[in-house]
Design a protein around this ligand. Structure first.
Ligand SMILES: [Zn+2]
Ligand SMILES: [Zn+2]
Length: 377
């Protein structure tokens, strides 16, 4: 099956900016997240597809390569199902978290014993957790270093010998006609070592299937699509080779009140018809509790009020966003006959001069008149 176009996957145009891409990705990630679609292979596939498209299109280099060469221009993702997938992508948080997690990428490593694969863990967070930061315990099923042989693959008390065929390099030169070709050593399979007495727990691989529990500090301000890298916490390497990294990828769940856009939060606040007309003080929710907000007289529905510094503190720049409250004027319901009378009385008082009290009406009806005048021309 041929791969779908990454822009098509995310449903964005080829000129989409990072924000559009992030938004589109967020929507898909929420929809297809494996935690929400347990056992649904099609959703898992869509999730993987969206992740892959997101990874490429938010990396300016990869995106440029993709735009020019298509799928051939970017590294294919080393697949993987369920909550875990092969990684290999670059850590967008490298600068921020490099120190936090000890940074050090795998050290030199010997010859050809295979390094462990990178793993990805998809972590769902509530908006509050993402905004304030949280410590999470992750249970990661993975290949870990074998305790019995300390990862060497050799029976305790013995050690692996340097391969006699390749003398530890893992490579041999083969002659084919005029050419000398380097090949993986057939004796040791390219590992450079041979084990005479394999460990009876891991059978010489140096790794066993284990579920490990990791505690990870999620910094305040992360958003969907952000990643934290835990160096060396991926799959263990073969025969003591360096381990891969673990990437914890964030998915922030929808919130019943707030919608997040970058560092800003949006919410809608209903206000009464009377408060809107006369002005007054209303209570609005923030992530830290309620605050009061002054509403001026003659406030129209849909008006936005900005509460500076009540948004989200950016994980990268530490800039703080705003809370933007959109007021929605409510039409009163369940009126008694007395209340209806009062409203009719109010309406009567407007008569003869009604547009004076209706700021939108005049312009609107003028527009409508012009529209029909133009039609009949
Ligand atoms: Zn072992
Ligand atoms: Zn060899």
């Amino acid at each position: 099956m041929s791969k779908r176009d990454f822009y098509e996957v995310l449903g964005v145009g080829r000129d989409a900016n990072e924000r559009d891409i992030k938004k589109a990705y967020k929507r898909l990630a929420m929809k297809y997240h494996p935690d929400r679609n347990p056992g649904d292979a099609a959703a898992a596939e869509s999730f993987k597809e969206a992740n892959e498209a997101y990874e490429v299109l938010t990396d300016s280099q990869k995106r440029a390569a993709y735009d020019q060469f298509g799928h051939a221009g970017v590294d294919p993702n080393r697949g993987g199902g369920g909550g875990f997938g092969g990684g290999g992508f670059e850590d967008i948080f490298g600068d921020v978290f490099g120190d936090m997690f000890g940074g050090g990428r795998r050290g030199g490593g010997r010859a050809q014993a295979r390094s462990g694969a990178d793993l990805r863990y998809n972590l769902e967070l509530s908006l509050e957790e993402a905004v304030r930061g949280v410590k999470k315990e992750l249970k990661i099923p993975s290949l870990s270093s074998c305790d019995n042989c300390k990862g060497s693959g050799a029976k305790p008390g013995t050690s692996a010998d340097t391969c006699g065929t390749c003398h530890g390099s893992g490579q041999v030169q083969m002659r084919q006609g005029f050419f000398a070709v380097q090949q993986a050593c057939p004796t040791c399979g390219g590992r450079g070592k041979v084990i005479k007495d394999p460990c009876n727990v891991c059978h010489g691989d140096g790794r066993v299937e284990k579920t490990k529990t990791l505690s990870v500090n999620i910094p305040a301000g992360v958003d969907t699509g952000d990643r934290v890298r835990l160096a060396g916490e991926g799959e263990a390497g073969q025969m003591g080779a360096p381990a891969g990294d673990l990437y914890v990828q964030m998915h922030v769940k929808d919130h019943p009140i707030f919608e997040r856009d970058g560092n800003n939060l949006y919410c809608e606040v209903p206000i009464s018809f009377t408060s809107a007309a006369l002005g007054g003080e209303i209570e609005v929710p923030t992530l830290d509790g309620r605050v009061s907000l002054k509403i001026p007289a003659e406030t129209q529905t849909g008006r936005m009020f900005r509460l500076r510094g009540k948004g989200v503190k950016s994980v990268r720049s530490h800039a703080v966003g705003d809370l933007i409250c959109k007021v929605i004027v409510e039409t009163p319901v369940n009126l008694t006959s007395r209340q209806k009378e009062l409203l009719e009385e109010l309406e009567t008082s407007f008569e003869g001069n009604s547009n004076k009290h209706r700021p939108k009406a005049e312009g609107f009806f003028d527009g409508v008149k012009k529209f029909f005048d133009d039609l009949t021309k």
